[in-house]
Design a protein around this ligand. Structure first.
Ligand SMILES: Nc1ncnc2c1ncn2[C@@H]1O[C@H](COP(=O)(O)OP(=O)(O)O)[C@@H](O)[C@H]1O
Ligand SMILES: [Mg+2]
Length: 242
């Protein structure tokens, strides 16, 4: 499902470029459920953005579902993301002025007939226990309920790859466990591959594969020092170091 080889991504800063992702080789099978753990600032979100085609890759190979994402132009990455990727974020990103049903409708294909559309929406809202709340604004729902809606939005077109960036990071523990369970169940039901970034080692235990980001990203040791590669060179040369 996912194949990575020699993948690199840098960001430009005032003082030069900083290598954030340096990944020799990594792969995931179709239907895998992977929890990515690692310190803040270590490039986990950047990695998800590369997998999702949000950011372009500098070097190397990234293949998802047999497609070479590394070779795509921006418009091709947009089309790839729309077809193959569902995203779940920590802060849901629901449109506040639309009902939760309308929020989900935004991502449905245009050609659907009314009956088909209504049936699909109702079955999904029922699946996550929110059938009675479909026509309410997001602000009327709890945070856990809002994340359930965001999960429908990510999954309703059944993309083969789901990327979740700290999807429970802003929820209390009990709700977080519910939401993570729901995400895992729905991905298993539809056979989607799930890559989830989480801080929570207990929640990571729910996943078949737990992966320390340091074990696949060679850049990590640099970030843990809080120094950019340029700073590191200065300190090695006998410069100031806290
Ligand atoms: N668009 C960007 N431009 C410049 N630097 C960025 C950008 N996005 C992230 N970074 C930097 O890349 C590093 C990794 O960030 P991120 O992927 O968000 O880490 P994580 O999700 O593991 O906390 C951080 O040092 C961050 O400041
Ligand atoms: Mg992040």
């Amino acid at each position: 499902m996912i194949k990575v080889k020699g993948l690199q991504k840098s960001f430009r800063h005032q003082h030069g470029t900083q290598l954030i992702i340096d990944m020799e080789e990594w792969s995931a099978k179709s239907g895998d459920a992977i929890a990515l753990l690692g310190p803040s600032g270590s490039g986990k979100s950047t990695f998800l953005h590369l997998l999702g085609g949000v950011l372009p890759i500098d070097e190397g190979i990234l293949e998802v579902g047999g497609q070479s994402v590394s070779g795509m132009r921006e418009s091709e990455r947009d089309a790839y993301r729309a077809r193959l990727v569902g995203y779940v974020f920590q802060d849901f990103y629901l449109m506040p002025s639309l009902t939760v049903r309308q929020n989900v409708e935004l991502v449905l294909p245009r050609g659907l007939g009314k009956a088909e559309r209504d049936g699909l929406l109702e079955s999904w809202f029922e699946r996550v226990g929110l059938l009675e709340r479909m026509n309410q604004l997001p602000s009327k729902l709890s945070r856990g309920q809002q994340q359930r809606v965001a999960i429908i939005r990510a999954m309703i077109n059944r993309p083969p790859l789901i990327l979740a960036d700290e999807p429970t990071g802003s929820l209390d523990w009990e709700t977080a466990a519910d939401i993570m369970g729901l995400l895992l169940d729905i991905c298993a039901e539809s056979g989607s591959t799930l890559v989830t970034v989480t801080h929570d080692r207990h929640l990571a235990e729910l996943f078949k594969t737990k992966l320390d980001f340091a074990s696949i990203n060679q850049c990590l040791s640099v970030h843990q020092t809080g120094l950019t590669p340029i700073d590191s060179r200065i300190s090695e040369a006998g410069g100031v170091r806290a």
